[in-house]
Design a binder for this molecule. Structure first.
Ligand SMILES: *Cc1c(COP(=O)(O)O)cnc(C)c1O
Length: 384
């Protein structure tokens, strides 16, 4: 049996006619830039995430870039972030000619390690620390970083927090005993509607969630070249607008998002059970959920990532047997060619370096069959 890493058809088939109708309405309206679909989506996403506001943008990458631009991050500034994420997280920092400062991760959740974050700050001299303009924790694979610890540090040093929630829309954590969703605890929450995310459009798109109305205003201003009034520019921005066609599609899909999270969680539980049944826990390590059990969406499994012995051999073996898997990500930021000038070397971030050789994402998408998961784990058992 062939098992793809991702198949977007099952959720599409369910909503096909509704999506086509929504797209047709946008086309027939001739309102192709901003307009009611954007306004509607912004209200619905902020309600979903539990924030005061949201600002639709052109992609998850641009959500991060725009947040940094609103903080006026630029040359000479430093931004702290995880050493282990999709490239966009670090790329946006460098694009503004500021310098990313990488921080090692927790070996179980793969998210930024608060203790390393604190150490990074305490080891800086006061002058250097003043240059730190933001912290970007990433909610990797669909599980929130340890926001309670991160926010304690950010408050202590008075540094804004930009949550990279691209893989984690709807993921929950507990803060001061209260349930919170990704994007609602930091100063900015950045999300992506890239088709492979849990809430994906039919192309690129993204959104920034925000609680502070003044920051929301700044985001809206810089989203359209910094022009409050057409052709008069107070500040420099960009074209970071969300396409209304994408907004219309996302609005059709949003009411189904929690159901898709649930399917991913059930798939994950089924995998966990199969790995136990096949007695594979000596060879692979299952995804670890750090947040309290009472949270329905403590992990939304944008990716189901195991740590596997002889990972590369296993991946090739699966590929030979028509089972797709993927390594997110094979190289930590500090060893990426484009960042070598920052002085990173092997050994700097041992946890991130180790996990790049161990992690393997297995198919987890809503609509995959039980037989597919059984085949995946059977083949893994065959390999070992
Ligand atoms: C997908 C992703 C992004 C970028 O989103 P795009 O919409 O593809 O630009 C940023 N950060 C993380 C962690 C991602 O997974």
């Amino acid at each position: 049996m062939k098992v793809p890493l991702l198949d977007l058809r099952p959720p599409l088939e369910e909503l096909h006619d509704e999506i086509v109708k929504a797209v047709t309405q946008v086309i027939d309206s001739t309102c192709y830039i901003m307009g009611p679909e954007i306004d509607g989506l912004e209200k619905e996403i902020s309600a979903y995430c539990g924030t005061n506001d949201a600002v639709g943008v052109s992609s998850g990458t641009d959500a991060l870039l725009l947040a940094l631009m609103v903080l006026d991050v630029g040359p000479g500034d430093l931004v702290l972030t995880s050493d282990f994420s999709f490239f966009a997280t670090a790329g946006v920092i460098a694009r503004l000619n500021s310098t990313p400062v990488f921080v090692d991760i927790d070996p179980q959740t793969f998210n930024i390690d608060p203790e390393s974050l604190r150490n990074t700050l305490t080891e800086m001299d006061a002058q250097t620390r003043k240059r730190v303009k933001a912290i970007i924790p990433v909610h990797l694979y669909g599980q929130c970083a340890d926001m309670e610890a991160i926010l304690n540090i950010s408050r202590e040093y008075n540094i804004p927090v930009i949550e990279d929630g691209a893989q984690a829309i709807g993921a929950e954590c507990e803060l001061d005993g209260q349930k919170k969703r990704a994007g609602s605890t930091g100063d900015f929450g950045c999300f992506s509607f890239f088709p492979s995310k849990n809430l994906g459009g039919v192309g690129d798109g993204g959104i920034v969630t925000v609680n502070n109305p003044e920051i929301a205003e700044q985001l809206r201003l810089k989203r359209v070249h910094g022009g409050e009034r057409k052709y008069y520019h107070r500040v420099i921005g960009g074209n970071f607008r969300l396409d209304p066609i994408q907004a219309a599609v996302i609005r059709v899909k949003l009411p189904h998002l929690n159901e898709w999270h649930k399917q991913r969680q059930e798939n994950a539980e089924h995998y966990n059970k199969l790995f136990v049944e096949k007695d594979l826990l000596g060879k692979v390590q299952l995804p670890f959920i750090a947040h309290p059990q009472n949270l329905q969406n403590a992990h939304i499994f944008n990716q189901y990532v195991i740590k596997a012995e002889r990972r590369d051999e296993l991946k090739s073996y699966l590929a030979e047997n028509e089972i797709a898997s993927e390594v997110y990500y094979p190289r930590p930021f500090h060893l990426q060619e484009c960042f070598l000038h920052l002085g990173g070397k092997i050994g700097d971030f041992p946890v991130a370096e180790a996990v790049t050789t161990e992690v393997l994402a297995l198919p987890i998408y809503p609509g995959m069959t039980k037989e597919m998961r059984e085949t995946v784990v059977e083949q893994i058992a065959n390999f070992y």
